[in-house]
Ligand binder design. Structure first.
Ligand SMILES: [Zn+2]
Length: 171
């Protein structure tokens, strides 16, 4: 698996142990390039979770893709990367159905990120670009206006263009 921070394909395994009663192998790794540490989880897969995309296309759920979106959103924010990994790799187990819409995945990820408004809004922005989901803008609009204004003023000036701000309806 590529490093979630710099996408370098090489990593060193520091520690390897079973978790979740042995059905999952947890490996602590260190990226050979940026030296940051991350964890991978390997499991035997029975029935893969299918993601229903807009337009009716289906694909197998990819926790790495979800983790990339989360990592981007949480960059330089006080969120432990380990927590993001646990959310992304535990996601499949948290879904009882065989199929989930990409919109639902995004909404659950946003609920998870809600404690950090910057990461929350960034994810909405990133995810919308990935999937063209206008609903995320509606979701963001429901955020407390003061939080959004504060966040836009501080951290997101260079990440939101005027069109986005107009869509958010907060300024
Ligand atoms: Zn790296």
């Amino acid at each position: 698996m590529n490093c979630p921070f710099c996408a370098n394909p090489d990593s060193r395994v520091l520690d390897s142990r079973p978790s979740d009663e042995g059905s999952v192998i947890r490996r602590r790794r260190e990226c050979s390039k940026c030296k940051r540490r991350f964890t991978t989880y390997e499991r035997a897969q029975v029935e893969p979770l299918m993601v229903l995309k807009r337009g009716g296309r289906k694909e197998t759920f990819d926790p790495n893709k979800l983790l990339r979106g989360l990592t981007l959103a949480a960059m330089k924010r006080p969120i432990d990367p380990q927590e993001l990994q646990e959310f992304a790799y535990g996601f499949e187990d948290s879904v009882k159905e065989m199929e989930i819409t990409s919109e639902e995945i995004g909404l659950r990820a946003m609920a998870f990120l809600k404690r950090d408004p910057v990461a929350y809004i960034r994810f909405a922005s990133v995810y919308r670009e990935f999937d063209g989901l206008e609903r995320f803008i509606e979701e963001v609009r429901r955020l407390d206006k003061q939080i959004v204004a504060k966040v836009l003023g501080e951290d997101l000036e260079d990440e939101f263009d005027l069109e986005d701000e107009a869509k958010l309806g907060t300024v």
